[in-house]
Design a protein around this ligand. Structure first.
Ligand SMILES: *[C@@H]1O[C@H](CO)[C@@H](O)[C@H](O)[C@H]1NC(C)=O
Ligand SMILES: *[C@@H]1O[C@H](CO)[C@@H](O)[C@H](O)[C@H]1NC(C)=O
Ligand SMILES: *[C@@H]1O[C@H](CO)[C@@H](O)[C@H](O)[C@H]1NC(C)=O
Ligand SMILES: *[C@@H]1O[C@H](CO)[C@@H](O)[C@H](O)[C@H]1NC(C)=O
Length: 360
């Protein structure tokens, strides 16, 4: 026999009732303590009597600092359930550059918030799982590939359910819809297309007719003054190389003699198809001229007549009318020099010029 001690740790027991065979102790807080080495035994009646703990609404029952009700809820909690789960799992097909936005649809039967994580496999670079929002987001890679991942939905009680997601990615055919015009040939590139233009067309989509496309001598914003240089400029007077722009006011560039030249740096290797030359007045003009060209700016090649391999001589108008001439063949050049050959015998050669073609 041992002594069971009830310390009702209060100064006074509010009421101890014995009603209908039930002993009921009512007081705001009741603590039951056993002495050192003592045990507390709660035991229902032998014929099926119960031991009941009845916390007030929203309160807790502790067992060795563990919230028993919470523990029971955890044990009873059901794992999450994926919606629309099929035998092949979830399947998505994306093309390079597509925005991926797949909602992960699992639900917690208890209505708790779920978190998600990838537990097997890997998503493509640039595509991630947003753990909290429950979405697969990112930009699909531009490649032919298959990604299989297992995604776990986890409820607040650490119960989980897995689902397999399969993501098929395809390289996007950037040539659809067909981007090239004027007979350009399209090739598919990474996240881009490449138009190979037929002769005399240029630009990203071959939309530029090179023969009619000024390369910018008439526009300081495209070819700055520093890109216009000359040899043997006529002095004194405002005849500097940067005046030699067709379509702009001023005297144009004037050279001292037929040894002088005007050079245009197009800024990048370009396909050149035609040039224009205009005189300054009926006294100061260039009657005939030749061209030389270079990719590097150091070695220049004189443009020749293909049939004879002699210097090609172009004729301009002896006044202020500009004359555009098409070159015998397209030339690849970054630097173009205009060499005046003949002009009014009592004067010196003057010109304003433009170059037509396409940048690469
Ligand atoms: C308390 O219970 C344990 C386990 O049943 C027992 O071994 C121990 O002897 C008991 N202590 C007392 C003081 O009865
Ligand atoms: C679930 O998440 C929502 C939004 O973040 C939040 O407002 C709510 O309190 C959360 N519910 C639980 C049970 O954590
Ligand atoms: C486009 O094609 C040209 C010629 O084949 C090549 O030099 C260039 O690198 C290509 N550009 C791209 C973006 O693929
Ligand atoms: C012109 O020069 C090219 C290259 O040097 C040569 O193949 C061609 O036969 C020459 N033509 C004439 C008419 O001399």
């Amino acid at each position: 026999m041992f002594l069971l001690l009830f310390y009702l740790s209060l100064s006074q027991v509010n009421s101890v009732l014995s009603t209908g065979g039930v002993l009921q102790v009512d007081y705001p807080d009741v603590s039951v303590n056993a002495p050192d080495n003592g045990n507390i035994t709660l035991q229902g009646g032998r014929g099926g009597g119960s031991v009941l703990f009845t916390p007030g609404p929203g309160r807790v029952v502790y067992f060795e600092d563990v919230d028993l009700l919470e523990l029971l809820m955890m044990i009873r909690s059901l794992p999450p359930v994926w919606i629309e789960h099929s035998s092949v799992g979830f399947y998505g097909t994306f093309y390079g550059g597509d925005r991926v936005n797949v909602k992960l649809e699992a639900q917690d039967p208890e209505g708790g918030n779920l978190t998600y994580e990838v537990v097997a496999g890997a998503l493509p670079a640039g595509v991630t799982v947003d753990k909290i929002r429950g979405v697969i987001t990112g930009i699909a890679p531009d490649e032919e590939a298959l990604y299989v991942v297992t995604i776990r939905a986890i409820d607040p009680h650490e119960k989980f359910a897995d689902a397999v997601y399969t993501m098929e990615t395809h390289e996007k055919n950037q040539c659809v819809p067909y981007p090239c015009v004027n007979g350009g040939l399209c090739t598919n590139a990474f996240n881009d297309f490449n138009c190979s233009c037929s002769a005399q067309y240029g630009g990203k989509r071959c939309e530029i007719a090179c023969l009619a496309n000024p390369l910018g001598v008439g526009n300081r914003a495209i070819i700055p003054d520093a890109h216009m240089t000359a040899f043997l400029t006529q002095e004194p007077g405002d005849f500097w190389s940067n005046n030699g722009r067709l379509g702009m006011s001023g005297n144009g560039w004037c050279g001292k003699s037929n040894l002088a030249w005007l050079q245009i740096d197009l800024g990048a290797p370009s396909r050149v198809y035609a040039v224009s030359v205009q005189g300054r007045s009926t006294s100061y003009y260039t009657r005939t001229y030749s061209l030389s060209h270079s990719l590097t700016g150091s070695t220049f090649t004189t443009l020749q007549t293909p049939a004879t391999n002699t210097t090609k001589i172009f004729t301009a108008n002896p006044s202020t009318v500009d004359v555009k001439v098409t070159l015998p063949a397209m030339i690849d050049a970054r630097f173009i020099r205009f060499h005046p050959l003949t002009y009014a015998s009592a004067a010196y050669p003057c010109m304003k010029v433009e170059v037509y073609g396409c940048k690469p």
